[in-house]
Design a binder for this molecule. Sequence first.
Ligand code: SAM
Length: 283
Amino acid sequence: MKTLREIRKNAIHQLEGAASDHAQLDVDLLLAAALGLNKLDIILEPDREVNQKQVTFFDNMLIRRLAREPMSQILGKKDFWNHSFTVNRHCLTPRPDSETLIESALKAISDKKAVLHILDLGTGSGCLLLSLMSELPNSIGVGIDISDKALAIAKTNAKRLGLLERCEFIQSDWAEQLPASAKFDIILCNPPYIAEAEKRDLAPDVRDYEPHMALFADNNGCREYERLAEIIPALGQAGTHVFLEIGHTQGQSVLAIFNKTVAKNIRIIPDLAGRDRCVALNL
Ligand SMILES: C[S@@+](CC[C@H](N)C(=O)[O-])C[C@H]1O[C@@H](n2cnc3c(N)ncnc32)[C@H](O)[C@@H]1O
């Protein structure tokens, strides 16, 4: 039988050769998953013997990581805000930067116990909608996505977090399938915003594994903001709060797009790294 020390050393060496930025961390997380241990045990018990079944399980995950599949997809989960979200190749892996939208929304809402109607356009894994709903105990949510496979993941997450009864998921091209009478108090949206020209600069982990309909947009990445600017004003009422994620170079372009609408109080909010990450506005 092999020991953890041998397996770990060999795997780190292989992953470093495959240009992984976090070879050691990745190997420890994969070993922990294969052995049903936590990451610390992997480091603290180097002489632990690993049986053949566990070695095979680990090797299969390592092969996937060597091919640059994202850790989130191999492990099937990703932490976001205060929860762990189920993810797969049909939804975008939640990014820490997107927590800027949750923080901004919570700052803007004074009565957290109110019955608030929340809309999440392009819900993907449901991470934005469900994280915000988990902080607003009487909120009611609608998550929209054009991808039925992404919606299946969002529903799984809603069920796991005990929020399914308070929310609904609709397959739609943005608001097309919503009744004209639907009005929301909070609208969240992280649309696709990467310009096609930037595709070749993306890490293979993203470019080759994440759904392209979650990533890319025409007009230098701004096409969906233009469409959303036409749709969003009809989805709220006076005072509705809107939070849109943006690429860090897109602040002024998105501001200009929404300046042409009835929106008020349009502002750019930075993420924790100080880069432009969110355009917030009121209807
Ligand atoms: C950048 S991802 C955001 C996913 C999730 N909200 C998050 O923040 O991790 C964009 C999402 O919008 C969806 N999408 C793209 N175009 C759409 C459209 N026209 N109508 C509805 N959803 C769309 C994609 O399928 C994808 O799930």
